[in-house]
Design a protein around this ligand. Structure first.
Ligand code: FB9
Length: 495
C-alpha cells in the first residue's frame, strides 16, 4: 500500500488532478487499491483533496470474465473450424456455448453452412480472419474503461449476461493544502523505547480512528430466547426470587397433576393433550404419607373440601409424562418447603421447557418455555398477587395491566393478565395467575394460614414480539437461520 500511496503523490506532483479510475488504469493497479491509498492519505490531514463521485459502471459476470479471458463464444466457434470444414453436429460438441457462438458467428458473416454437403450440414469459415471486438470490449470494462464502447454495445452485453450494471464510487484527487510527496511513515504505536530514548519527538503518529468498528470476535452467539430468558431471570433475582431446579423434563402424573388437585379425569390428562412416556412408563418413588393425603382429598375430600368423589388410581398417578407445566416443579418445591418446621416463607421462579400435545400453528409448537413465579407466605391475599404481578411487569416497562377472572384446576381465584398493546391497539393476554387451592397446599403439610400466589407466562411470546418474529419456526427448530442468531442485537427489555 505504501508504494501505491507514493505513486499517487508522485502523479499529483506532476498533474493538477486525476480521476481515481483513470489513475488505476495508468498505474495498472486495481481501482480498490487506489481507493485504499486515498483513504489512508485522508487520515494524514489535508495532503490530498478527494471529491467523491458515483458513476454508473459495469462489471463482468462469470461468463463475461470467461469471454474476456478466452474469447467470445462466436470467436471460439470460428477458430474451431478446420480449413476443410466440419459437420455441424461435431462442431457443437467442440466448444462451450457452441449454440450461441454458432448463431452469432453466422450473424457476423464469419462462417457459412453447406446444408447439401455429403454426410449432412457442414460448416466452413467464410471470413479469412476475424476481430473479436467483444473480447476487447470486455477487457476494457474489466479495467473500468468504457472508451469506444457504445450504449448499444453495453445493452447487448447486458442482454447476453456478460456484464451487469454497478454503481462505481470514484474520487477526483487533487493536491490538498498540506500537499507533500514525502510521507513520513506513520507510527501506529508508542513503544517504551521511543519514550526512553525520546525518539517519539521526531515521529508522526497515526491518529486514532474512534469511528472504526471493532472486529466481530469469532465467538459463539446466544439465541434470542436465551437472551430474553436472561432478562427475565434478572428481574426475578432483583425481586428476591430463587430459581427452582427444573432439570427434569420427565415428571410423574402425580407431581404434574394429582399434587395440584387436578382430577384424573381432567381432559388435560388425556393423551391428546399430554405426551406420556412408554419407557419407563411408571414412576415408583413418592412420599407415601403425602400421596395418601392426596388420594384422600381427591376421592373423599377433606380440609373443608368435598373433593371430587371418584376412585383415585395409583396407577394413573404413576404414569410418566413430559411435564405440561413447570407448576409440577412448583408443587415439589412447596411440598419441600412444607417439611421445614416452622414454615419459612419462600419466593421461587422457573423458566424452562414444557411440553403439550396440542395443535401446532405459526405461534405454537408442541413445546414452549414457561416462566413461573410463586410466593408462599402467611396471609397472602389476591391483592398481594395483583401487586406482585404489577411489580413484575413494571420492571418490563409494562404498566396499567388488567386482570380478568379465569379458571385453573389448581388455583382459586384465577386471573388472566392483560396489557394494552400500543401497536395492535388492543388488550393482549400476557399471562395467567392464581392462588393455589387449599386442597393442593394443606395435604403438603403447609400451615392453614399459609397461602401461595403464583403467575405464569411464556418465553416465546415476548421473544417473538421483541425480535419481530412472525413464525415461531423462524425462532426455534431445525429450520432456524443461524445468521439470525448471529445478527440479533443484545436484548434489553424496555425497563
Ligand atoms: O405468555 C403469554 N403471553 C405473553 C407474554 C408476554 C408478552 O410480552 C411481554 C410482556 C412483554 C406477550 C404475550 N401468554 C401465556 C398468553 C398467550 O400468549 C397464550 O396464548 C399462550 N400462553 C401459553 C400457554 O398456552 C398453551 C402463554 C403460556 C402460558 C399460559 C399460562 C401459564 C404459563 C404460560 C401459567 C400459569 C400459572 C397460573 C397459575 C399459577 C401458576 C402458573
Amino acid at each position: 500500500m505504501a508504494d501505491i500511496v507514493e505513486s499517487v503523490l508522485q502523479y499529483l506532483d506532476k498533474n493538477e488532478s486525476v480521476d481515481s479510475v483513470d489513475l488505476a488504469m495508468t498505474l495498472k493497479v486495481d481501482h480498490q487499491k487506489i481507493v485504499g491509498a486515498v483513504k489512508s492519505l485522508q487520515c494524514l490531514g489535508d495532503i490530498i483533496k478527494a471529491d467523491q463521485k458515483t458513476n454508473k459502471s459495469y462489471e463482468l459476470t462469470d461468463e463475461g470474465r470467461q469471454v474476456a479471458a478466452k474469447g467470445s463464444h462466436e470467436a471460439l466457434v470460428y477458430q474451431a473450424i478446420p480449413q476443410e470444414g466440419i459437420p455441424q453436429a461435431e462442431l457443437m460438441k467442440l466448444v462451450p456455448n457452441a449454440k450461441i457462438g454458432f448463431s452469432k458467428a453466422m450473424q457476423a458473416g464469419w462462417i457459412r453452412m453447406d446444408k447439401a454437403a455429403e454426410g449432412g450440414p457442414r460448416v466452413f469459415k467464410k471470413a479469412d480472419f476475424i476481430k473479436d471486438t467483444i473480447q476487447e470490449c470486455l477487457k476494457k470494462i474489466e479495467n473500468l474503461s468504457l472508451d469506444g464502447i457504445s450504449d448499444k454495445d453495453t445493452n447487448d452485453f447486458k442482454k447476453r449476461k456478460l456484464i451487469q450494471e454497478i454503481k462505481l464510487t470514484s474520487f477526483i484527487i487533487s493536491k490538498g493544502e498540506n500537499f507533500t510527496c514525502s510521507i513520513s511513515k506513520q507510527e501506529v504505536e508508542l513503544t517504551p523505547e521511543m519514550i526512553s530514548k525520546g525518539t517519539w519527538k521526531e515521529k508522526s503518529f497515526k491518529e486514532y480512528n474512534f469511528n472504526s468498528l471493532g472486529v466481530m470476535p469469532p465467538c459463539g452467539h446466544l439465541h434470542p430466547l436465551l437472551k430474553v430468558r436472561a432478562e427475565y431471570r434478572q428481574i426475578f433475582l432483583e425481586m428476591g426470587f430463587t430459581e427452582m431446579p427444573t432439570n427434569n423434563f420427565i415428571e410423574s402424573s402425580f407431581w404434574n397433576f394429582d399434587s395440584l388437585f387436578q382430577p384424573q379425569q381432567h381432559p388435560a390428562r388425556d393423551a391428546h393433550d399430554t405426551f406420556f412416556i412408554s419407557d419407563p412408563a411408571s414412576a415408583h418413588e413418592f412420599p407415601m404419607d403425602y400421596l395418601e393425603r392426596v388420594k384422600q382429598v381427591h376421592s373423599k375430600g377433606g380440609y373443608g373440601s368435598q373433593g371430587y368423589g371418584y376412585d383415585w388410581s395409583l396407577d394413573e398417578a404413576k404414569k410418566n409424562l413430559l411435564r405440561t407445566h413447570t407448576t409440577a416443579v412448583t408443587a415439589r418445591m412447596l411440598y419441600k418447603a412444607a417439611q421445614q418446621k416452622p414454615f419459612k416463607p419462600v419466593k421461587y421462579f422457573s423458566i424452562d421447557r414444557v411440553f403439550r400435545n396440542e395443535n401446532l400453528d405459526d405461534t405454537h409448537l408442541a413445546e414452549f418455555h414457561q416462566i413461573e413465579g410463586v410466593v408462599a407466605d402467611y396471609g397472602l391475599t389476591l391483592g398481594d398477587l395483583i401487586g406482585t404481578i404489577n411489580a413484575f411487569f413494571m420492571k418490563l416497562g409494562i404498566k396499567n395491566i388488567k386482570f380478568k377472572p379465569a379458571y385453573n384446576p389448581y388455583t382459586e381465584p384465577s386471573m388472566e393478565v392483560f396489557s394494552y398493546h400500543e401497536g395492535l391497539k388492543k388488550l393482549v393476554e400476557i399471562g395467567n395467575s392464581g392462588i393455589f387451592r387449599p386442597e393442593m397446599l394443606l395435604p403438603m403439610g403447609l400451615p392453614e394460614n399459609v397461602t401461595a400466589i403464583a403467575w405464569g407466562l411464556s418465553l416465546e411470546r415476548p421473544t417473538m414480539i421483541k425480535y419481530k418474529v412472525q413464525n415461531i419456526r423462524d425462532l426455534i427448530g431445525p429450520k432456524v437461520d443461524l445468521q439470525m442468531v448471529y445478527d440479533n442485537p443484545v436484548c434489553r427489555l424496555d425497563k
